[in-house]
Write a protein that binds this ligand. Structure first.
Ligand code: PNS
Length: 158
C-alpha cells in the first residue's frame, strides 16, 4: 500500500486543493488529506469545520480520507505509514516557500515531497485571497465547492 499525505491548512479547501488531491489519488493507493496548523497564518474556520468541509469535498474519491494532525507533519506521516508528502505548486513563490520545508522534512525523517504543478486555471486561487474577496462581498463561487461558499457566507455574515 503506497500511501501519501496531502497536508495543508485548508482554511477553507479550494478547487486548487481538490485538483491536487484528485491527481494524487491517481498516483497513490491511498491519500490522507491532513489538516494542520500553520503557525504563521490566522485561521477563519476552526479545525472541526475545516475537517467537515474536507470530508464532504473528498467524497468523490474512494481512496482519499481526511485527518487532523498536530505537531510535525513528518511524525504524522510516520505514524500512518505514508511514504510521501504531496504539495501543489502554483508558481515560483510556492516553490520558494515549499522547498525549505521539503528539505527540512527529508533531513528530519527521510520522507520525500512530491510536487505537482497546479492547473493553470488555479494559479491565482488561494484560501487567503478567497477569504479576503468573500469578506468584501465578492463572488468566489468559481473557486470553492458550493457548500464551502455557503459556509463562508454564513461565517462572514456574523
Ligand atoms: O496550507 P499551508 O498553510 O501551506 O499548510 C502548511 C502546513 C500546515 C502543511 C505546514 O505548516 C506544516 O506542515 N505544519 C506542521 C508543522 C511542521 O511540520 N512544520 C515544519 C515543516 S518543515
Amino acid at each position: 500500500m503506497r500511501r501519501a499525505v496531502c497536508p495543508g491548512s485548508f482554511d477553507p479547501v479550494t478547487t486548487g486543493h481538490l485538483d491536487i488531491i484528485g491527481r494524487s489519488a491517481g498516483l497513490f493507493d491511498e491519500v490522507v488529506v491532513a489538516t494542520g496548523v500553520n503557525v504563521s497564518k490566522n485561521r477563519l474556520f476552526d479545525p472541526d469545520e475545516r475537517l467537515a468541509m474536507l470530508e464532504e469535498a473528498v467524497r468523490p474519491w474512494d481512496n482519499v480520507r481526511v485527518s487532523g494532525f498536530s505537531g510535525l507533519i513528518v511524525d504524522f506521516c510516520r505514524e500512518i505509514g505514508a511514504i510521501a508528502i504531496v504539495k501543489g505548486l502554483r508558481g515560483a513563490t510556492d516553490y520558494e516557500y515549499e522547498l525549505p520545508m521539503a528539505q527540512m522534512n527529508v533531513h528530519l525523517t527521510g520522507i520525500e515531497t512530491v510536487f505537482l504543478p497546479g492547473a493553470t486555471g488555479n494559479a491565482f486561487v488561494s484560501s487567503s485571497l478567497i477569504k479576503e474577496v468573500a469578506g468584501f462581498g465578492g463572488d468566489i463561487s468559481a473557486f470553492v465547492p458550493d457548500f464551502v461558499a455557503e459556509r463562508l457566507r454564513a461565517k462572514l455574515a456574523r
